[in-house]
Design a protein around this ligand. Structure first.
Ligand code: PRX
Length: 571
């Protein structure tokens, strides 16, 4: 396994000596960077926005550098502080209280960020939704969280099944609309009437901050509940791994509907008072290189699936742009192929640093540091203050180079505190003192971790996590579909694609038109990224005697692999 190794380059990195830092590390040192350490008054919105707005040297610094194909806007820390205060006043006027769940279903836009921090300032828990979600995905999340309020646009409102959402009292609409009932609140009108002063709601470090819904192999998406204390780890990793410095221009390409887009799309850079680029619109190589060039981005956090697309677009496209400001690149979400790292060295003359973490972990845990050697294909080493190990199913640590469960010792600052309304689900993540990730990996003799795969049926398609159960449930809502089994099928660009096996109801025939109709049904009902790229009609779907779909068997068939133990198969 001794492949090419890429040594660290000389540079004035924030974290200089990993081993020394790990040995002497205490989270209490990191806490000294927050104002609450002295005042006792906690709110992540204060630390990320208002603290800089109150600082005469910082208040007029650009916090948000927004651009999309049809809109450009810059907001300073002072602007963001005032706008989020105004929005907090609007929420308060409509009785939003600490602990309430307030959801955002908005495109990436300045309004998203002003409302997001407005929510946090009231002490409510923010629930960001990916803008590509369709009705079923929106319903599941708003129902489960018993959301009281939603901020959306008139265009996206169509996908909000209000008749199924009795807890949803008000909807804030961003944009022109004709809704007249009291239920609707006009964003722009209310904002212009609202004061730019707001008495921020101080909270406890353990109070709720953000709920992110994510998929598992069974059941509906689950609400992963994060608390204000997560800021300790956002801050620390922004320093050590993202290596942020005062004059950086930082760009994280993730959507705020996913955890990367909140933890590292806003909190990490703004806790450090760094200028943050937000790019709206869709992905294209020209657009992304253009964004790096135009804003002189220095630090870039992106994903393997995007990098692989850039690789296929070729080097000529890179050469059209001036990327000389770029000094540091990181990646997350899926395995980072060694070839992509090699390409990065050629195309950007920079190393690409893989980082590993999950929605549940709230922040980076295993990473490649700018000041350490990179072993392409490895996710790197645990951050200071975090113990990672490979354990067996009883929670015993395994020796180096042995594959097993990637596990983290409980107690890191940004760990989820519970799964919304599902305590038994939360408990199921732990064996003794270990949080068990669901990923398999091994650790080499030098402490580098190597990702091997998911241990459950969760699908990772273009870095987006999809639960087979949700897709299966949607499929069988189609009048033609009787049963469905869904798997991830390896794909060179997307990591995995979604493949669905279905059986048809009496009277339906296996035609390309029908299959296309079924695909569209999932796409428009659930979300585009959950729609199966491949659909295959079968006479039956293999199930266990207790009725569970044997996705493992479907996958073995698909890949032409040995089928293993089939003793529990139904017939
Ligand atoms: O399987 C791992 C994969 O993504 C899963 C977590 O997905 P999600 O909760 O959506 O969070 C994504 C971004 C934080 C993990 O269980 N994953 C994440 N990072 C890596 C990875 N797989 C391989 N290498 C990584 N660096």
């Amino acid at each position: 396994m001794d492949m090419q190794r890429i040594p660290a380059r000389d540079g004035d990195y924030n974290l200089k000596n990993y081993d020394k830092m790990r040995d002497s590390f205490s989270w209490d040192e990191v806490k000294k960077n927050f104002s609450w350490n002295e005042t006792g008054k906690v709110n992540i919105a204060y630390e990320a926005i208002d603290r800089h707005a109150e600082n005469p040297d910082k208040k007029d610094k650009v916090a948000l550098l927004y651009s999309s194909p049809d809109r450009e806007e810059q907001l300073t820390f002072d602007d963001l502080s005032k706008k989020s205060n105004q929005f907090a006043n609007v929420l308060k006027k409509y009785n939003v209280k600490k602990g309430d769940r307030v959801f955002l279903f908005l495109p990436r836009s300045p309004e998203f960020y002003a409302s997001f921090f407005g929510i946090l300032k009231t002490g409510a828990v923010a629930g960001p939704l990916f803008e590509a979600f369709m009705e079923q995905a929106v319903r599941d999340r708003l129902q489960d969280s018993e959301a009281r309020m939603l901020i959306t646009t008139p265009e996206l409102l169509e996908r909000v099944p209000q008749e199924d959402l009795p807890d949803l009292e008000n909807i804030v609409l961003v944009g022109d609309h004709n809704e007249s009932s009291d239920k609707y609140i006009d964003y722009h009108k209310e904002m212009s009437d609202a004061s730019t002063d707001f008495d921020i709601e101080w909270v406890d470090l353990e109070d709720g901050m953000v709920i992110h819904y994510t998929s598992g192999s069974t059941g509906k998406p689950k609400g992963v509940y994060h608390v204000h204390n997560a800021m300790v780890q956002h801050y620390a990793t922004a320093e050590w791994v993202i290596d942020l410095k005062e004059d950086d221009v930082y760009w994280c390409t993730a959507d705020p509907g996913w955890v990367t887009g909140t933890s590292y799309g806003v909190f990490a850079p703004w806790l450090h008072g760094v200028t943050n680029v937000i790019r709206g619109g869709r992905f294209s190589p020209d657009d992304w290189y253009g964004t790096l060039d135009k804003h002189n981005v220095t630090v870039w956090y992106t994903a393997p699936t995007a990098l692989r697309k850039l690789v296929s677009a070729g080097e000529d496209v890179v050469k059209k742009y001036d990327l000389s400001s770029l000094r540091h690149i990181m990646s997350v979400g899926e395995p980072l192929n060694p070839e992509v790292i090699t390409w990065g060295l050629k195309a950007f003359d920079l190393r690409i640093h893989d980082t590993w973490w999950m929605t549940e972990t709230g922040a980076m845990l295993i990473v490649n540091f700018p000041s350490e050697e990179i072993r392409p294909g490895s996710m790197g080493k645990p951050i200071p203050g975090v113990d990672a190990a490979i354990v067996d199913n009883e929670g015993n640590e395994l020796p180096p180079n042995q594959m097993g469960n990637l596990a983290i010792k409980k107690g890191w600052p940004s760990m989820m505190r519970h799964i919304w309304k599902r305590p038994e689900k939360f408990q199921s993540y732990f064996i003794n003192e270990w949080y068990v990730s669901g990923d398999s990996a091994y650790k080499d003799e030098d402490g580098y971790f190597w990702f091997q795969g998911r241990l459950d049926d969760v699908i990772n398609t273009s870095g987006e996590r999809v639960g087979p159960f949700e897709v299966e449930s949607k499929l069988i809502e189609h009048p033609a579909v009787s049963e469905a089994g869904v798997i991830g099928k390896p794909d060179p660009e997307r990591g995995e694609i979604i493949k669905a096996f279905i059986t048809l109801n009496e009277g339906y025939e296996d035609t390309p038109e029908l299959l296309e109709d079924i695909r569209k049904f999932v796409k428009t009902g659930l979300s585009a990224h959950s729609a199966p790229r491949e659909l295959e009609v079968k006479d039956s779907i293999p199930k266990t005697r207790s009725g569970k779909i044997m996705r493992r068997l479907l996958k073995s068939w698909e890949l032409g692999l040995p089928t293993g133990d089939t003793s529990t198969l139904e017939e």
